[in-house]
Design a protein around this ligand. Structure first.
Ligand code: 3HC
Length: 695
């Protein structure tokens, strides 16, 4: 064995040299890795080996460029391009042996091997778009040369990790080898390549798939049109598309590469990629809890119980069934239980009818969810999640019962979205086992899980729930007990301001447009219409006290009744409503309010800055561990555009002095509800940012 450098070794298996890379955690292409690969391939070519296999140790093949190095100066080490050139021009066959994930720069390196073999569980992809980037190491030029233009467009703009069997069908992988037998399989493939005199395939020289797309600009036009909604606001998808266009239209590979490099540099220098890279690390940081170390033991979760078969309970149950964990749902009334289980089944069947699940998967998943009318069905579960309606007395009664019947050590969670979890826990004699698991609706779709730590919650309960969140495909963020926790507490500020602005002269569609253009999927009024204006509205008690009351009294209850703040046509397209405008104006006349012109800039500042100010209060009260956790909540739970990082990151970018000055201006004009958070004042005085803040 020859040690090339601390992360690469070269060994021999008969005629085949095996270059092994071991650079935890994910073998990213750091300077040291690039140096090791370059010198390793050089040494292999200089030896009498007849082929060389590149394989990685640890959990994965190369997962991409080293994102932590972005923005740094030149390192003097071999570049990715140097590594790729030495591979592609190697005089002996180079075989990439892939397990785990070959992503971004990792796949781009693999595309410079002459052949690729992979285990069935491996996944391959170019996910740079998620970082606001494009594959900048030739991926945009090589991928379409193998998989064709349409597939390359889809893969690069979605960043999807393609499973190895599919990659093999696409020609991206030449051979699937047995799971657990990657090294032997790759060496066998190399020996076969030598024995059969297989050609040294250079993907960059293979133009056949591109020729097929030449003179067909409609492929790109159709793709742009079909995805316009999905790409709205993002710059990277369009740059990815342009690179593939360049691959098709350039006279040479080098010309396409030049366009790739130009667009890559442009994205890398822009604000969106900076925000998306920030967000990548923010999401991973959220898993780190200062007083709950990574090695905290976790409690086993083999079976889950859910109380309440409503929309929330059913959606939560689906998460566990999807992860293969049996769930029992407990309801009081048989009709409600039957209806709830029926909704779950219908959800699965709808997914299946769109090709998202096989009939067998539907059967397995629905088979994992059982119903019961008896609380005693929860006696053997490891985790129970209460998802009944928001009444403290009912929740306390339920937790007292759980205390009596659940086995010792079972985790008792509540899905409350604002109630005091310490008070709920006080109904038990085991408050250390009580925690909040605040799912977002629809619970089987939304990625966010606010994990709410109460005063007595045990550390291993926190560790278990955070780890389990990942297992069921959620992004867990640890927050503290306060009204509305992190997300809804901040949202309330935005909602209040939107309502107030409406009564000052801004129309609902103006407010919605500003927030939509900022990047939210929809504004607060469109959202209310979608959810139904009558959520929480009681006809008998309604006294035309708010615009919403008046709308509901007129049976304008939102999309479902064909009208709410907006008017809707048969296809549910929203139109600004003269009726609503009239109601608002009447309402203002009644209360003596005089309409004034409200600028778009004011709408944005009035709805966003108080929300940020609330985030600052949350931070100083210790209800979130760090500013980036708040950003993770907003991106995943509230549609904050990831290319703006999150509200706290956004505030840091526009400058805290600007946010503070505006809040002071609002406070002077409209009162103390705009009083700046003392943390905001302090950070500005110290010339610091939210990112600098540590509890
Ligand atoms: N660079 C630097 N660090 C990375 C990294 C990368 N490309 N990918 C992952 N890491 C780090 C994470 O920050 C994390 O660090 P931590 O333990 O200190 O928090 C650690 O590796 C493990 O990552 P995860 O917690 O995400 O582990 P998982 O097992 O859940 O997921 C993964 C592994 C699927 C590889 C996931 O980490 C991932 O998606 N990574 C990013 C892949 C990517 O985007 N690659 C493209 C990079 S850009 C590029 O290649 C440009 C090129 O075209 C020029």
């Amino acid at each position: 064995m020859t040690e090339i450098n601390p992360v690469t070794t070269l060994t021999r298996e008969g005629d085949v040299a095996v270059l092994t890379l071991n650079s935890p955690p994910v073998n990213a292409l750091s300077a040291q890795v690039r140096e090791g690969l370059f010198n390793g391939f050089k040494a292999a070519a200089a030896s009498d080996a007849k082929a060389v296999v590149l394989i990685c140790e640890g959990r994965t093949f190369i997962a991409g460029a080293d994102i932590t190095e972005f923005g740094g100066g030149p390192t003097g080490a071999a570049s990715v391009d140097d590594v790729q050139k030495i591979m592609e021009s190697s005089p002996i066959p180079v075989i990439a042996a892939i397990h785990g994930t070959a992503l971004g720069g990792g796949l781009e390196v693999a595309l410079c091997a002459h052949y690729r073999v992979a285990v069935p569980s491996a996944r391959l992809g170019l996910p740079e778009v998620a970082l606001g980037l494009l594959p900048g190491a030739g991926g945009t030029q090589r991928l379409p040369r193998i998989v064709g233009v349409e597939t390359a467009l889809e893969m690069m703009t979605s960043g999807r990790h393609v499973p190895a069997p599919e990659a093999a069908r696409l020609g991206l992988v030449d051979e699937i080898v047995e799971e657990g037998g990657l090294r032997e399989g790759a060496v066998a493939f190399a020996n076969k390549a030598v024995a059969e005199g297989k050609p040294l395939v250079k993907v960059s020289a293979n133009n056949a798939r591109l020729e097929a797309a030449k003179g067909h600009p409609e492929i790109f036009a159709a793709f742009r049109k079909a995805n316009a909604r999905k790409f709205r606001g993002f710059v990277a998808p369009e740059s990815n598309i342009r690179c593939i266009e360049a691959a098709v239209n350039s006279a040479t590979f080098a010309e396409g590469m030049a366009e790739e490099h130009r667009l890559f540099r442009e994205l890398m220098a822009g604000p969106q990629s900076a925000a998306q890279r920030y967000y990548f690390f923010a999401e991973r940081q959220a898993n780190k809890i200062p007083d709950v170390p990574a090695d905290t033991p976790v409690r086993p979760i083999r079976k889950v119980g859910i109380i309440g078969a409503g929309t929330m309970g059913g959606g939560i149950a689906m998460n566990f069934a999807n992860a293969g964990i049996p769930v029992v749902i407990v309801e009081v009334q048989e009709v409600a239980l039957t209806r709830g289980l029926g909704v779950v089944r219908a959800n699965y069947e709808r997914t299946a009818s769109r090709g998202g699940l096989t009939a067998e998967q539907v059967a397995t998943r629905t088979g994992l969810i059982t119903g019961s009318l008896e609380m005693s069905a929860l006696a053997d579960v490891d985790l129970v999640i209460e998802a009944v309606f928001e009444r403290m007395d009912i929740k306390k009664e339920i937790f007292a019962k759980l205390d009596g019947l659940c086995r010792p050590g079972a985790i008792l969670a509540t899905n409350t979205s604002y109630l005091d979890i310490d008070e709920i826990a006080s109904a038990t004699k085991r408050p250390q086992d009580v925690i909040g698991m605040h799912f977002f609706s629809p619970a089987n779709v939304m990625k966010l899980l606010e994990v709410v730590r109460a005063d007595a919650t045990a550390k291993d309960v926190i560790a278990t729930v955070m780890k389990f969140a990942k297992q069921i495909g959620k992004i867990g963020v640890l927050v503290g007990v306060c009204n509305g926790f992190v997300g809804n507490r901040m949202l309330k500020q935005r909602q209040n301001e939107a309502q107030k602005l409406m009564l000052e002269g801004a129309m609902p569609w103006d407010i919605d447009r500003v927030l939509f253009d900022f990047g939210f999927p929809m504004g607060p009024f469109a959202m209310s219409d979608l959810a139904g204006l009558d959520v929480g509205w009681v006809k008998e008690n309604s006294k035309s006290a708010t615009v919403r009351d008046v709308l509901c009294e007129m049976d304008r209850r939102g999309q479902k009744t064909g009208a709410g703040f907006y008017d809707y046509d048969a296809e549910r397209n929203a139109k600004p409503s003269p009726v609503t405008e009239g109601i608002i104006k009447d309402f203002m006349a009644r209360t003596g309010a005089k309409p004034r012109a409200v600028s778009d800039a004011e709408i944005l500042e009035r709805t966003i800055f108080p929300l940020i100010n609330e985030g600052a209060k949350i931070l100083e009260e210790g209800k979130a561990i760090r500013a980036s956790d708040i950003d993770v909540v907003w991106v995943n739970g509230y549609g904050w555009p990831v290319y703006r990082g999150g509200p706290m990151y956004y505030a840091d970018q526009i400058g805290l002095p600007k946010v503070l000055a505006k809040m002071q201006e609002f406070q002077a004009a409209m009162g103390d509800e705009f009083k700046p958070a003392s943390l905001l004042e302090r950070l500005v005085a110290e010339g610091k940012t939210f990112a600098d803040f540590k509890v």
